[in-house]
Design a protein around this ligand. Sequence first.
Ligand code: HEM
Length: 220
Amino acid sequence: MDAAPTPFSTVIRTASHEQHTEAETSTFMSDLLGGRLGVDAYTRYTEQLWFVYRALEDAAPALAEDPVAGPFIQRELLRTDALERDLTHLHGGEGWRETLRPLPATQVYADRVAECARTWPAGYVAHHYTRYLGDLSGGQIIRDKAEKTWGFSRKGDGVRFYVFEEISNPAAFKRHYRELLDALAVDDLEKQRVIDECKRAFSLNTGVFRALGEEFPLSA
Ligand code: HEM
């Protein structure tokens, strides 16, 4: 009897492991989570997330009935409102909406998400996975550090992005999410393309970190 094939959720996690480490240990992330940067750097990072999640979530309603991407569209995940509350807190008012511009690297990232959403639902899933499953995992570490470093109230304004109010059991949610990945309604060749797009999604994140690192160098 043939051995059971490795579940796709395992394949995609393993395939992106190296790039995960690269993103996690990027200079900007290390400095940010090491408490070596000011709240201005955290704000700038949160601003970039807003552009990325707008791209992910503006496209979500149109994909809700799609046979491939549709099952992943779950309202409990939506982050745009939380990001907007955080940004209003970080900027001390609503004025940020009119003036905010993405970094060039962020624009490239958001454009790619929007392009996948428009033309390639399975590619959109790669971006969906890379962000939301990460937020449900390592995001909790980032929240804890942010609360301690810049004094946000626990799970309050400033870190709402990391708080999934409607997901009471993140471990169970992630298990279910992995089942969705395992049941992804595409053939093996397309799965390989999804993995490639996931790697691209990680690179796009690393590109944003690089740009942020240049904007907030440590005066060592
Ligand atoms: C300092 C920053 C980060 C830390 C501390 C961190 C930490 C973690 C941890 C602890 C997990 C849990 C692994 C598990 O549940 O088995 C995880 C999973 C994950 N992270 Fe990160 N992470 C960081 C940055 C990122 C970034 C920048 C991305 C991509 C945008 C990302 C994407 C993911 C994904 C997709 C998963 C789920 C892997 C899977 O189980 O399939 N992470 N991260």
